[in-house]
Design a protein around this ligand. Sequence first.
Ligand code: ASP
Ligand code: MG
Length: 444
Amino acid sequence: MSSEARFQRVHKFGGASLATGRDVARVRGLVGGTDGERAVVVVSAHLGVTALLGGLAQEAAAGRASVERVRVRHRGLLRELGLDPELVDRLIRELAAVLRTIARRAEVEGGPVELGAGERDHVLSFGERLSARIVAAALRAGGLEATPVDAFDLGFVSDGSFGRARPVAGVEETLRERLAEVPGVPVVTGFLAKDRQGRLTTLGRNGSDLTAAIVAEALGARELVLWKGVPGVASADPRLVPGARTIEELSFEDALELARAGAEVLHPDAIAPLRRGGVALRVADVNRPDLIGTRLVEGRAGSGPVAVAGRQGLVRLTLRTAETELELADLAPLGVDRGAIRLLVARPGVCELWMDAAALGKGLPAGAGVELEQDLALVQLIGGPPAGAGPRALAHLAGAGIVPLRSLASEGGVGLFFAVRAAEFVQTLRILHEALLARALSAA
Ligand code: ASP
Ligand code: MG
C-alpha cells in the first residue's frame, strides 16, 4: 500500500460520453493513469437512461411497472462490450421491485397515484448505479483494476430535498478516508446521495458534476476533467448558432454566469468546491482527447463578451403596488417560485419579473395590478467589462428590426441582458454572436 499514489485527477463522464459500448470502452484509455497516478472516475447514467427511468416511475404511478426498456438498453451495452450479459440483472430486479411497489399502490387506489416523496429519486438512482457497474467492468476487462462504488456508501450524505438535494457540510473527510480503501480505480456514482434517514436522494440535473467537484475537493486532486461528447464550453449553443466556437479559457465567474444563463456548462454549485480546493477544471471531448478543451481559471481571462446564451419559454409579470418597494415575500401569494425568476427589474411602485412560464403551472396569477405577457425570451452576453458592447449590440439588433423589450447590464456590471420575443430568440443569439463574438474569437 505504501507505493499507492495520491489521487491526483478525477474524471467525470457525462451521459453523452457513455452513450454506446464504444464510448464506455474508450474510458480505459482516458483514465489509464500515467506516472503511477491513481484516478477516480465519477459517472452519470448512460445517455437517455435518467429520462427513461423518470418515465418508468410515472408509468408505475399509473399502475404499469416494466423494466424491459432498461434491461434492453443495458444488456445492449454489455453485449457491445463483450461483458457478462447478466452483470446488472440483480440491480434490474431491484428496480423492478421498486416499480412494482409503486404500481401496486395505483392498483389498490384503482387509478393513478402521486409518486411519494423520494420514490422518483429512488427510481432515478438506478441509472448511475447501473453505469458505475458497467464502466468498472469495462475498465477491468481492459486490464485496469477498478471498483464500482455508490457515493452514499462513501459517506456522501445530503439533506432531504428530493430531486435537488445538497450535500451536508463536512462530508469530505469521510469521502477521503473511504476512497483510500477502495481497491484500484473507484468508479463512483454521480448524482446520488442518501439523507440522514438513509433515504436515497438525487442532486438535480447534471448533479454528477457536483459529486465530482466534491470528490475532487475532498481528495485535494490537482484536476477535474469533465468528459463530454462536445469539444468543451462553446461561445454559444452550436445547435442554434452555426459560428459557435470552443472557448479555450473561461473564468469561474463567467462559467457560473453562463450556467445560470441557461447554457449547458456544468452544475453551477460545482464551482465553489473546486475553488475552495484549488482544483483545476477542464471540459474535454471524448472524441478528441488530444485537444485541451476548455480550461476554467481564476480571474477574468480577458475583456469583452466571451459567450452568448439564453432561455426561451419565459413570461413577464408586471406588478404594480402602492408601496415604493416590493419585497420578494409579497410574491408568495401569487404562487411565484423564486427559483423560476430569471430577471427582476424593480422601480418604485412597479416590479417586473421575467420568469419560466412552466413555473406558473395552470393557475396564472391574476388580479388588480398584475399584468402577464407570454412567449418571451432572455438573451445574455457573458463576460466583461461590456465597454461599448451594449450600444453596439442594440445597433446590430435594430439593423435586423429587433428592438428588445428591455436591455440592461447585469448586477455585477458585467454581462448584458436583452429581453426579446420568443420568435426573435434564435436571431438575437446569432446577431449578437456574429457582431460581438465571432470576430473577437477568430482574432484570438
Ligand atoms: N443523470 C443525471 C442527469 O441526466 C445526472 C447527471 O447526468 O449528472 O441529469
Ligand atoms: Mg446525465
